[in-house]
Write a protein that binds this ligand. Structure first.
Ligand code: GLC
Length: 828
């Protein structure tokens, strides 16, 4: 009933509200890259930021707001000023990659390609409008257009026909149709006939996106306050939109490599002996893991920055001992500071004036785990510094992971489950209400945490994990998708949810593996863990009252399977790290929906647009296509391969793309495919990051006529890479007839790994399901490489051999900084 009412409300919103649309243009002025359109007392400013990026702002009463949100941190200016021409009733702004046409009577915008095709346009009747502090824009929704992104949203990948709200909310055990959730990223892609553009609505107030739910031919977005202020990205590909978006909001910094290992959490591991038991179990059972978490029970009465002395009598020693075993320890940090005059953080927060305040100037108090709490005002630089300084108590004793939770912020005793709208935030001196700052609270908390840790441990990359965030939050933190459920449906839901979050600028994402609430079967846990191999964040977690969910808790056979799964993650770490480096450099994340990579493929577009069929295959980087098993009992996996040539990772079988295939998916394996030309770097299994040197470093090369890839590495922990301490090689592969040649370029950068071997695994060329050639000679530079017996391969320093069954040629060499050229001849 409530939903029907809500629907009615939404669909009547234009009718019932007193919306006033922008009217006719009275005058136009052009200055540099900006065009100002004046309509009565209102103004619209169109700024060309780049040949393919335009910013649009509306000031209903004629004055633009001096500040929007902390999302955008970088400026852009076009190489060429836009060409602005005025004709009867319109203004044309040529940006280089496209055109904005402002119709004057009334003022409505159109975005066009240079050939005149309209790609986006304001609704002629409503366009940009306001009603008191509320602002909204209506645009025409072409029938074929589909919408992706929107940050953290459950449900299917394509968000067409849905209504979404951006209001960070703590919703335990959410469902596919629950909205809003923990994070807000008001950014989306519109894809039509293989052409993509994007929009970022830079507004932190409660906002909403109605993608055709209220009206079948219009979509709209707007907010309860703030400025109608959006960035338009011309595209034409999802990648080009995301690159521009992340140029504005910044990319994720390179995470420490250990945070890409397996992480184990639960609410809560305590006392100390239980934490040690968990650590011992990982090592005793040879199941790799890098991070153990302490949830809220480590603290004294849930007071942040304290320890429960009975449960954890000597945390420094515990963390040290776990460190010797190769574990990093992460602790939960909730923002609520217990209102307790005898508690140091409450005292110093109060005396430093670092807490949120009621309009009457008293400190705002709300209930969370410790009972009544004050809330740090992370919108003040001084409060952020204060918070960061408190972390010293934890960093000094060895804590290296910073889990920011409950930062929507969640408040148990408020009717709206969060801080009331009128509570005041410092907002860098502006003193603005919670209404404006709510969606930014989580991100600013991660900023305070990240910057605090940077200062305390200047030589180490911080690892911060958050539940709530906003556009730009990736600059400080990884994100997980909150309190999910141990069900097959939630396993399925985690795929589109993480994909949309990933392509919204937040690459470091993952769900609670195994499901937070409830008890998964061994099969469900195993399948979830397998999906976790291809989630940038691979973390198992569980609610307080569920059964144990560690990888060994499901019997011997599942323990073997789960070990093998986590070993696969560790083998693939060089590849995963490489993909995270690409995300840090370019904004393009490892985790991508197929439509992101293949927007022009009509079959993919149809599948991923489908309302029933959420995207269930995805890319991990440009070369790996993952087809996770997400259904109980399934032992095979069917999927459609996109264009190109693909190799089944497990069987090595070659498939032509553009066809449906079914591959085996026994319980111990997650199906995935590597694209022809792909180069996948791997390392030997290790129990944790840097347990031993990466030796050998293996490159598996999937044959293609030609491909060029980059391999990047560094020490994985420090900021030395920013001073050139990295190692980067270009790997070029050519296949002409029976000759395959490879060039590993001379390494760039000053990072030098310890001496090691390199193994190049060349997947055998195949045709019609058969291996068509076996290597008959291998040259390295001008030297003929000796052939060795496979049984002697491990001891050999230099040599080549062929796997009898797969036909793969293996070339083993010392890994050098210098260029390495390898030529392989195949005999029929
Ligand atoms: C919240 C978090 C969950 C955590 C729990 C206790 O529900 O989402 O991950 O375990 O609080 O701290």
């Amino acid at each position: 009933m409530r939903r029907i009412l809500l629907l009615l409300l939404v669909s009547c919103s234009f009718l019932s509200a007193q919306w006033k649309s922008i009217g006719n243009v009275d005058s136009v002025s052009v200055e540099g890259n900006s065009v100002l359109l004046i309509s009565g007392t209102s103004q619209v400013l169109i700024q060309v930021l780049a040949e393919d990026v335009v910013r649009v702002r509306l000031a209903p009463s004629g004055s633009f707001r001096e500040h929007t949100t902390p999302a955008v941190v970088n400026t852009m200016s076009p190489a060429q000023p836009p060409k602005v021409t005025q004709a009867e009733g319109l203004v044309e702004i040529r940006t280089g990659k496209g055109m904005v046409v402002a119709k004057k009577n009334p003022l409505r915008l159109q975005f066009l390609e240079n050939d005149g095709t309209v790609i986006n346009e304001d609704d002629p009747s409503k366009g940009m409008a306001w009603d008191g502090p509320e602002i909204r824009i209506w645009k025409i929704m072409p029938f074929e257009e589909q919408y992706f992104g929107f940050g953290e949203k459950a449900g299917r990948l394509n968000k067409k026909w849905t209504h979404m709200t951006m209001w960070n909310s703590d919703i335990p055990a959410y469902r596919a149709d629950t909205d809003p959730l923990y994070e807000s990223i008001p950014f989306f892609y519109a894809i039509r006939d293989g052409r993509t553009h994007g929009i970022f609505f830079d507004n932190s107030y409660r906002s909403s996106f109605d993608m055709g739910k209220a009206s079948g031919h219009l979509y709209s977005f707007g907010a309860a306050g703030g400025e109608l202020n959006y960035y338009f990205f011309f595209g034409p590909t999802p990648g080009s939109v995301l690159k521009r978006f992340t140029e504005l909001i910044g990319t994720m910094p390179l995470p420490p490599m250990w945070s890409l290992g397996y992480q184990q959490c639960r609410w809560s591991y305590y006392p100390e002996s239980r934490v040690r038991e968990i650590a011992d179990n990982f090592r005793k059972r040879s199941i790799p893991a890098d991070v153990l978490y302490l949830d809220i029970h480590y603290m004294d009465g849930y007071r942040i920055f304290t320890w429960d002395n009975e449960r954890f009598p000597d945390p420094r020693k515990l963390i040290h001992d776990l460190g010797v075993q190769g574990f990093k320890v992460a602790v939960i940090l909730d923002p609520g500071i217990k209102e307790d005059p005898d508690y140091h953080a409450y005292q110093s927060g109060l005396s430093g004036d670092h807490f949120l305040k009621n309009p009457d100037g008293t400190v705002y108090i709300g209930n969370v785990w410790p009972g009544p709490c004050a809330f740090p005002d992370f919108s003040s630089a001084a409060a952020r510094t204060w918070w960061g300084d408190q972390l010293k108590l934890l960093s000094d004793i060895g804590i290296r992971g910073w889990w920011n939770d409950m930062n929507e912020p969640a408040v148990f005793n408020e009717p709206a489950k969060t801080v009331p709208l009128e509570v005041l935030h410092h907002d860098e001196g502006r003193l603005t209400p919670h209404e404006k700052n709510h969606n930014l609270y989580g991100m600013r908390m991660t900023q305070a945490t990240y910057e605090g840790v940077r200062k305390l441990l200047p030589d180490e990359r911080p690892f911060v994990l958050t539940r709530a965030s906003f556009a730009g939050g990736q600059r400080y933190s990884a994100a997980w998708t909150g309190d999910n459920i141990a069900s097959w449906e939630h396993l399925q839901m985690s795929v589109p949810m993480c994909l949309n979050l990933s392509i919204s600028g937040q690459p470091f994402v993952g769900p609670d593996i195994g499901g937070f609430f409830g008890n998964p079967s061994g099969e469900l846990f195993a399948r979830w863990l397998q999906l976790g191999v291809f989630m940038p964040l691979m973390r198992g977690h569980s609610v307080i009252d569920a059964t144990n969910k560690e990888p060994w808790e499901y019997g011997k056979e599942f323990e073997r399977i789960n070990r093998q799964t986590i070993e696969l993650r560790y083998r693939l770490l060089p590849h995963i790290y490489n993909q995270m480096w690409i995300a840090a450099e370019t904004g393009i994340p490892p985790l991508r929906p197929l439509i992101f990579q293949y927007p022009g493929d009509p079959e993919i577009a149809a599948r991923e647009a489908s309302v029933q069929n959420a995207a269930m295959e995805f890319m991990f980087g440009e070369d790996i296509l993952v087809a996770p098993v997400l259904w109980q009992g399934d032992k095979t996996r069917s999927l459609r391969l996109p264009d190109g040539v693909w190799y089944d990772y497990w069987s090595g079988i070659r498939y032509e793309g553009n066809q449906n295939v079914t591959v085996p998916a026994p319980l111990d394996r997650i199906p995935f495919f590597v694209k022809a030309g792909g180069v996948i770097p791997t390392q030997p299994v290790m129990q944790y990051f840097a347990e031993k040197a990466v030796d050998p470093l293996t490159f598996t090369i999937y044959p293609a006529e030609r491909s060029i890839k980059t391999y990047y590495e560094d020490d994985g922990v420090s900021f030395g890479y920013q001073e050139g301490q990295f190692r980067r090689k270009t790997i070029r592969q050519d296949m002409t007839g029976a000759i395959q040649s490879l060039v590993f370029s001379e390494a760039e950068g000053s990072y030098e790994p310890a001496a090691r071997s390199m193994i190049v695994r060349l997947v055998a060329p195949q045709a019609e399901g058969k291996i068509v050639g076996r290597a008959s000679a291998v040259m390295v530079g001008s030297e003929k490489l000796p052939r060795v017996q496979p049984s002697r391969a491990e001891a050999a320093v230099r040599g080549w051999w062929v796997d009898e069954v797969s036909g793969t040629t293996n070339v083993k060499l010392p890994d050098l900084k210098e260029e390495i050229r390898i030529v392989v001849e195949y005999a029929k």
